[in-house]
Design a protein around this ligand. Structure first.
Ligand SMILES: [Zn+2]
Length: 452
């Protein structure tokens, strides 16, 4: 009863404002701090009350209301937007020696003390967010680095991205860059659902995240449970000279930053960070593919400047993909719903990146040909971010004489029709969409879906 008495003393607008503030706060506690203070049910009740009030009182519309998180089913073409600051990509290195070269180049150019901020390189899709007076106003993809797609409505559905910032000393206007990710658990679940519906699978969480971000229907984006880490602050007036310090500030304003980043004063400290995370990253809920090293001081970053393609003050170190050698026993060919024929390598089971691998993708006929595969070959299997590992090479020295050469089939293994290859496509197709079993099965499920 107490609750109702309070309501009578509050105007509708005050109640809406209160709910919005509460929901922003609880959203932050849940998705950014990982410390929810109320139950999911209480959260849902407040959200529903707010949705009802907003529906009844459209005059209090707010484009940054927590209700925007659920998205809308209005299809939207993306508008291309120019980046205020170009979104360059980082130079890649693959060895400790190349990291040492980078360090030495920086040291020689600066000719003074410097620190290097070490962070994990998240394997998702890049995003640039613009905030004005503490409110998210625009979210743009990297695109070609000069301009990208305005995906603001979709980004608003990502719970770990604040729509309204906590109180703090943020600049009136700033950009913050980061990576949008699909957590492994969501990715596995999504692929399981797609498999059941016999749809094509996403190769890795990065593809799934970027595909999701480009969906036209933001309520589907909302259902995909994307996450985001933010890693660089840009503004005419950033609060600190240090990149690390700016990120700590950003964290206090409500952004999710990787808080195990570290400032290194020596090359050895950088190697220590790399070696630690090369192992430890396997326990993270999201995909990572390397380490990013940035000269910490913005003043020193400006002094170092850019090459045509990338900043001189930052570099990415990429982790080695895991690779094992095992025996190729057989190549089988699968016919998909669209008639596309996929070659699959069946292997002696081998332990790779924490799972037992028995099958690997061979992609298409050209790849089989370029590998010069024979049955019984010892092959190298690699697992990058992909769920399905791939064959990347053959140990020809270990080849036995008996093995038969692997050739792409000419006829459909399901119905016997002659396969076709369309102009400009890598895949072979079975053209018989009327009686080829895997192809009709799909049509049946489409028909039943239509009937529902
Ligand atoms: Zn067929």
């Amino acid at each position: 009863m107490f609750y109702i008495i309070i309501l009578t003393f509050m105007t509708i607008q005050e109640r809406i404002d209160e709910l919005r503030a509460e929901l922003h706060r609880h959203n932050y506690n849940y998705y950014v701090s990982n410390s929810p203070k109320i139950s999911d049910q209480e959260f849902d009740f407040m959200m529903r009350e707010l949705q009802d009030l907003e529906a009844a009182h459209p005059e209090y519309y707010d484009e940054n209301s927590p209700t925007m998180r659920v998205g809308s089913d209005i299809s939207k073409e993306f508008v291309q937007v120019d980046h205020k600051y170009p979104m360059l990509s980082l130079g890649n290195t693959y060895s400790a020696a190349e990291v040492a070269d980078f360090y030495q180049r920086v040291k020689t150019s600066l000719n003074e003390d410097f620190e290097v901020c070490c962070e994990l390189k998240f394997d998702g899709t890049s995003i640039s967010l613009t905030y004005q007076n503490g409110k998210l106003v625009q979210a743009v993809t990297r695109g070609d680095g000069t301009h990208g797609d305005d995906v603001t409505e979709n980004v608003k559905t990502i719970r770990s991205i604040p729509l309204v910032l906590n109180k703090g000393d943020y600049p009136d206007e700033f950009e913050i860059r980061g990576e949008i990710l699909m957590p492994w658990a969501v990715f596995d679940e999504l692929n399981k659902e797609r498999e059941q519906r016999e749809e094509s699978l996403f190769a890795n969480p990065r593809n799934a995240a970027s595909g999701t971000l480009k969906l036209q229907n933001s309520s589907v984006v909302a259902s995909r449970k994307l996450d985001a880490y933010l890693y660089y602050l840009l503004s005419e007036n950033v609060p600190c000279d240090g990149h690390y310090e700016n990120l700590i500030k950003a964290k206090s304003w409500g952004f999710k930053v990787f808080d195990q980043m570290r400032k290194a004063k020596t090359l050895d400290e950088i190697y220590e960070f790399i070696n630690y995370w090369d192992v430890e990253r396997k326990n993270l809920p999201v995909a990572t593919d390397g380490i990013v090293l940035k000269v910490n001081s913005y003043r020193q970053q400006r002094n170092l400047g850019f090459t045509a393609k990338s900043p001189r003050w930052a570099i990415a170190y990429k982790f080695q993909a895991e690779r094992e050698c095992t025996r190729l026993n057989e190549v089988t060919f699968q016919v998909g719903r669209t008639g596309a024929v996929t070659p699959v390598a069946n292997l002696d089971p081998v332990q790779l990146a924490g799972t037992v691998v028995k099958r690997a993708s061979l992609h298409n006929a050209d790849i089989i040909k370029s590998l010069d595969l024979h049955i019984g070959d010892m092959v190298y299997v690699e697992k990058g971010g992909e769920i399905i590992p791939k064959i990347v090479g053959v140990d020809k020295e270990a080849r036995s004489m008996a093995g038969e050469e692997v050739n792409f089939i000419t006829h459909c293994p399901e119905c016997g029709s002659e396969l076709v290859r369309y102009e400009g496509e890598a895949a072979y197709y079975c053209p018989n969409d009327s009686t080829c079993p895997p192809q009709i099965k799909e049509e049946l499920s489409i028909l039943s879906a239509v009937r529902l």
